[in-house]
Design a protein around this ligand. Structure first.
Ligand code: T3D
Length: 255
């Protein structure tokens, strides 16, 4: 039913694979709409989304054959990229980007919008934009300086050189790397962990961290208190404490 992505469901994990391998999974209008819809409604029983790429690339960013046609870039960013980024950062369950290969341009920043980024050791992150006379978009100028600091963000964006997966992990831009041969297994294990975890706490953690950049300590303490008050009323909190006291693993339901 999808033209540009492949979606599958297993064990509470919804896997969304960008699926235009002949152009390194470049983003076009249809793909943006399909990604937005898939993240907004990942299906009943879904407790974790994995975003990955089909073939040797993760995503090569904006489809430059469309860009050449002289589209209204500002409108495309507002009407298509913004909702896509909002769907990912506001997804109803935690999101893992499993970066299987090159992530370039908006494709890099799409990956970085996930809650957790895991990259194969052969993958690279490329802020390609300045090579074609553009600035990083799709949230890159917000996310990247916060993870790696101003100097590395600036260098990455001005020089538009590939940043290896290991460098990305060393710099704190992503969570971890895995050898190519183990990459799928590592990403799946991480997804299973999140899919069996306290979903509401995960979402509240995301909310608190997202708000932290714009809050002072006092406002952040107030937010933590409000969110923790909500968490303390969840079944997963009751189960977590009970399991601890009974010296067994918790069986979280996501409620
Ligand atoms: O315009 C707007 O709406 C504004 C929004 C902008 C957001 C952006 O993302 S701008 C940045 C766009 N992306 C890029 O500039 C990256 C372009 N691609 C590359 O630099 C390289 O292809 C890669 C580093 C990603 C991979 O290099 P490599 O050597 O492994 O593969 P390749 O041979 O370059 O690519 C394989 C094929 O995919 C090739 O087609 P062919 O020759 O086999 O027919 C290539 O043209 C195609 N391809 C790769 N990236 C794109 C693409 N086709 C269309 N759009 C692409 N972005």
């Amino acid at each position: 039913s999808h033209q540009t992505i492949a979606v599958s469901h297993q064990d509470g994990i919804t896997r969304i694979a960008l699926n235009r391998p002949e152009v390194m999974n470049a983003l076009n209008s249809v793909m943006r709409a399909e990604i937005t819809a898939a993240f907004s409604d990942p299906g009943a029983g879904c407790r974790c989304i994995v975003l990955t790429g089909t073939g040797r690339a993760f995503c090569s960013g904006q489809d430059l054959t469309d860009a050449r046609a002289g589209l209204d870039v500002e409108r495309i960013l507002r009407d298509e990229y913004e909702p896509m980024l909002a769907a990912i950062t506001g997804a109803p369950v935690p999101v893992i980007a499993a970066v299987n290969g090159v992530a370039a341009g908006a494709g890099a920043n799409l990956a970085l919008a996930a809650d957790v980024v895991i990259a194969a050791e052969s993958a690279v992150f490329l802020q390609a934009f300045s090579r074609i006379g553009l600035i990083p978009d799709a949230g890159g100028t917000h996310i990247i300086p916060r993870s790696v600091g101003a100097a590395r963000a600036m260098g990455m964006m001005l020089f538009a050189e590939p940043v290896t997966a290991r460098q990305a992990a060393n710099w704190g831009m992503i969570w971890e790397t895995a050898p190519d041969a183990e990459f799928e297994a590592v990403a799946t294990a991480r997804a299973q962990t999140l899919a069996q975890g306290p979903t509401r706490a995960y979402l509240a953690i995301r909310e608190a961290l997202a708000a932290s950049g714009g809050n002072d300590m006092q406002a952040q303490l107030a937010l933590e208190a409000r969110l923790q008050g909500e968490m303390a009323r969840t079944s997963d909190f009751t189960e977590g404490v009970t399991a601890f006291l009974e010296k067994r693993h918790a069986r979280f339901t996501g409620f």
